[in-house]
Ligand binder design. Structure first.
Ligand SMILES: *[C@@H]1O[C@H](CO)[C@@H](O)[C@H](O)[C@H]1NC(C)=O
Length: 387
């Protein structure tokens, strides 16, 4: 028995390592072992049908001529990412939409929005598009998307470290230099880690890996992760760049998670992945209600359109952890799965009218926007991909 256990562990360890390093394009068999697919097929099918119906509704808000949904710029990058996530696990359901949407948005969005090359005044906006096109590359294998992501990334790379000297590095939120925030810096870390795994020797060895490590070390040293393992909004430029004590936004608890997992793939150092689990569990414990439903602190009446988008980004990253993390205690994995299922169930039961999904996932349902729709869809696609 003992010898068997050791041999089993050795097999598992081998699988684990070869799966983790270096980055490999995912294949659907990696994610859905046959047994779990058979055991839970009915549940997954339900979530897939919710997702399909809500995506069909969402497409009534898409303009092929602008390549955008309701003309919302960074939101549309997140819609692309959500659709690519859906395609990763359920390609036959996603491709009727994405076969035209991916190339149309790539070609039309920059011109229609007046942001040539996906470049505008905000580094976070630019990096959302970097993540979107990396994800599209992952599911299509089409090199032009990865090349686009790498080109957009250069604008942020060139600006990294031009912050006030008290900040000791980091990336401005904007080109007007009004603030230094968690969002752009988490996005930078995650984009760099993902590029490092997909272009390990292009344009030169370690080109992106070094940026990811630099961004990680800076972020940890910045003090933005508070004593409860929650991430505040940003730094106080008037006060030596200390943690500004600003709002704990759900998206800031999510963006960094997939970057940390990929940093473990790139380095072989499990501590990044362990930190991702620590941060994710802290947020699930702190920002959900007694039914396990995630809330933005501005709910129900204080959220701007931008804030309406945030929760899905956390959910999307929990799905990534569940399926792709290489360091994953069994109870943590169960927590992630039930988090996504509870939230998707709540959305469909209490926050949905005619396939339109509102802001507050526990209901009562309110009118939907592209932000609330795509955010809730991230949770539903996430539940489908873990069920
Ligand atoms: C969540 O964290 C905040 C601080 O960010 C704290 O005030 C609050 O008590 C925490 N809530 C729970 C339920 O842990």
């Amino acid at each position: 028995m003992l010898r068997f256990t050791i041999r089993l562990l050795a097999v598992l360890f081998t699988i684990n390592v070869s799966y983790a390093l270096p980055y490999e394009a995912p294949s659907s068999s990696d994610f859905h072992p046959l047994t779990s697919r058979l055991n839970r097929r009915a549940t997954a099918l339900d979530y897939v049908s919710y997702a399909t119906a809500a995506i069909d509704q969402m497409q009534t808000w898409y303009s092929a001529s602008t390549g955008l949904w309701q003309n919302a710029w960074w939101t549309s990058a997140n819609v692309i990412t959500m659709l690519a996530d859906f395609q990763e696990y359920f390609p036959d359901k996603a491709e009727p939409t994405t076969n035209s949407v991916f190339p149309t948005t790539l070609s039309n969005a920059p011109t229609s929005a007046g942001n040539p090359g996906f470049i505008n005044g905000f580094y976070d906006d630019e990096l959302w598009w970097v993540l979107a096109w990396i994800k599209v590359f992952d599911v299509t294998g089409d090199q032009q998307y990865l090349d686009t992501a790498a080109t957009i990334f250069e604008d942020s790379k060139n600006a990294w470290g031009t912050t006030p000297s008290a900040c000791n590095g980091g990336l401005w939120w904007d080109k007007a230099h009004t603030s230094v925030n968690a969002v752009a810096n988490e996005l930078y870390l995650t984009a760099a880690a993902k590029l490092a795994n997909r272009r390990p020797t292009t344009p030169s060895g370690g080109y992106y890996y070094n940026e990811a490590i630099k961004a990680y070390n800076w972020f940890i040293g910045s003090g933005m992760i508070n004593s409860q393992n929650l991430i505040n909004d940003g730094l106080d430029l008037a006060n030596d760049c200390v943690n500004n004590g600003g709002p704990v936004f759900t998206y800031n608890q999510g963006i960094i998670l997939s970057g940390l997992v990929e940093l473990t793939w790139a380095s072989g150092d499990s501590s990044y992945n362990e930190l991702a689990n620590t941060l994710a569990v802290a947020t699930i414990n702190n920002m959900t209600d007694s039914s396990g439903v995630l809330h933005e602190r501005c709910e129900p009446n204080g959220c701007t359109p931008d804030l309406e988008q945030f929760k899905g980004i956390f959910g999307r990253n929990i799905q990534f952890l569940y399926n792709r993390a290489t360091v994953m205690p069994a109870d943590t994995k169960t927590l992630y799965q039930s988090f996504l299922q509870k939230n998707a169930n709540a959305i469909w039961a209490d926050d949905q009218i005619n396939n339109q999904l509102g802001l507050v996932w526990s209901g009562p349902s309110q009118s939907a926007t592209i932000q609330t729709q795509s955010s809730a869809l991230d949770a539903i696609v996430g539940a489908a991909a873990v069920s």
